[in-house]
Each structure stands twice: as structure tokens, then as C-alpha cells.
Design a protein around this ligand. Structure first.
Ligand SMILES: *Cc1c(COP(=O)(O)O)cnc(C)c1O
Length: 241
């Protein structure tokens, strides 16, 4: 068995145990492989092991891996900070879902381009549930207004919410981030907004996926625990504005 296969099996086991503890069905949680810095061959190996959901942080990497992965069936999500000048590339490289929609100017530009290309795109709204810790994501208090505005763009199909939990060894503080996202989801569902689905909650990573599953995650995004440590620090991916 390869290292990759062992790691995937171990993560599946963690998901299963967390679901049992949370009284949830194991297939209510999707595993997204966070493949930043991971080369196309490794990704193909993971897809051959049955994985179907891949998330990239940078358009440059989506572009580099595009040809090699072109004829392989999988879902490509974008989970990093998206600059407006990369919108054409998002469509060109066939991204299926942007999990990091966090500002109106980006939504407007996406809508314009999608209208021009006669396409639609799934999006998740990224919420900053940890406040000061990360500069990405919309503030929880502004999220409902933002979603009402995005819902006017019929090319954007809102499927739910995404968050990066606080980086902390204090499990209660991490849990509170996920609770905040869940509470927001419930508030939005109650509003019954047209053109808004809240089925997905993308939260939880290698270090905190159990807590996220207990709090209702439907997509967990895992990198390190499957592919090993990255050579670049996360700040390289998360501080690009
Ligand atoms: C890298 C990344 C992950 C995965 O993080 P790990 O700790 O390596 O599992 C999840 N979400 C986002 C947005 C990421 O950039």
C-alpha cells in the first residue's frame, strides 16, 4: 500500500469515527483534497484511489495542472483568495465551484463574465468566523445582506458557506467558529431566499476536522494529513491580496 493510500484510509476512518460520535451518516461528509503544491501525478493517484473532489488555492497551479488532469473525471473547487483579474482563468480552466466568494465587486465581475460566456457557476460564501485571525471572508454580520445581493446574479448558484476555523490549540475557540457558521446557515435557511441553497458547510481541515464534523460540516478540506507537510508556509497562500 502506498503512503497516499494509507493516509486516505486514515482520514476516512477519522471521518467515520467523527460521524459516529456526532450521530451522522458517514456519507453526509465529503472529503475535498486540498492540493496546493501537490503535483498532477499525485492528484491522479488520489483520483485513481476513488477521490473525486479537489481544491486549489492559486490559479497558477490550476493552470499548471490543467492539461495533465484534463480527461480525468473529478470536481475542481477553488478555495483560495480570488483576484478579479483571474476570473477568465477560473472559467477557462473549468473550475466547478468557487468556495471563497467574499466580496460584491468579485461577484459582479464574475456575473458579467459568466453572462458573456453563457455559463453558470456554483459558489460558496466565505465567512470570517474567527474575526481578527484572518483577513479573508465576509464578516458574519454582513453575510446575510451580501447573500441577498449575490442572489440577484442568476449566473451564481449559491450552495452554502465556507470558513477557515481559528488556528488555535484551544478546541473550544475553534469549535465556536464552526458553531458560528452553522448558526448563520440556519438563519439564512429560515429566510427562504430565492436562488439560495444552504446545503453545503465547508469547514474543517487536517487538524480540526472532527470538531467541524460534530458541528455540521458537509465538506472537509484536507491537505497535510494526506499529502504531508508543504514546503511553503500557509501565509504564501493566505496573505495574497
Ligand atoms: C490548505 C488549505 C486547507 C487544508 O489545510 P491542511 O491543514 O493542510 O489540511 C483547507 N482549506 C484551505 C482554504 C486551504 O488553503
Amino acid at each position: 500500500m502506498t503512503e497516499l493510500e494509507k493516509n486516505i484510509i486514515a482520514i476516512k476512518r477519522r471521518i467515520e469515527v467523527a460521524c459516529i460520535n456526532a450521530n451522522r451518516n458517514t456519507n453526509s461528509v465529503k472529503l475535498l483534497l486540498a492540493t496546493k503544491t501537490v503535483n498532477a501525478n499525485k492528484i491522479i493517484e488520489a483520483i485513481n484511489l476513488g477521490e473525486t473532489l479537489i481544491g486549489e488555492n492559486k490559479i497558477q497551479e490550476v493552470k499548471e495542472k490543467f492539461e495533465a488532469l484534463k480527461n480525468i473525471p473529478y470536481q475542481k473547487h477553488f478555495i483560495g483568495y480570488l483576484q478579479s483579474n483571474k476570473i477568465k482563468d477560473i472559467l477557462k480552466y473549468e473550475v466547478n465551484c468557487i468556495q471563497s466568494l467574499d466580496r460584491l465587486s468579485l461577484a459582479e465581475k464574475l456575473h458579467k463574465r459568466l453572462t458573456f460566456e453563457e455559463k453558470k457557476l456554483d459558489v460558496l460564501i466565505q465567512v470570517n468566523t474567527s474575526f481578527e485571525a484572518s483577513k479573508f471572508g465576509i464578516a458574519p454580520n454582513n453575510t446575510i445582506d451580501f447573500i441577498k445581493q449575490v442572489a440577484n446574479f442568476e449566473t451564481l448558484q449559491i450552495k452554502g458557506l465556507m470558513t477557515i476555523g481559528l488556528f488555535s490549540s484551544d478546541a473550544d475557540k475553534v469549535r465556536q467558529c464552526f458553531k458560528n457558521l452553522k448558526a448563520l446557515q440556519q438563519q439564512i435557511i429560515a429566510l427562504n431566499l430565492p436562488n439560495v441553497s444552504m446545503q453545503e458547510l465547508s469547514m474543517g481541515m487536517s487538524g480540526d476536522l472532527e470538531i467541524a464534523i460534530e458541528e455540521g460540516a458537509t465538506i472537509i478540506r484536507v491537505g497535510t494529513a494526506i499529502f504531508g507537510k508543504r514546503i511553503y508556509p500557509d501565509s504564501y497562500y493566505w496573505n495574497e491580496v
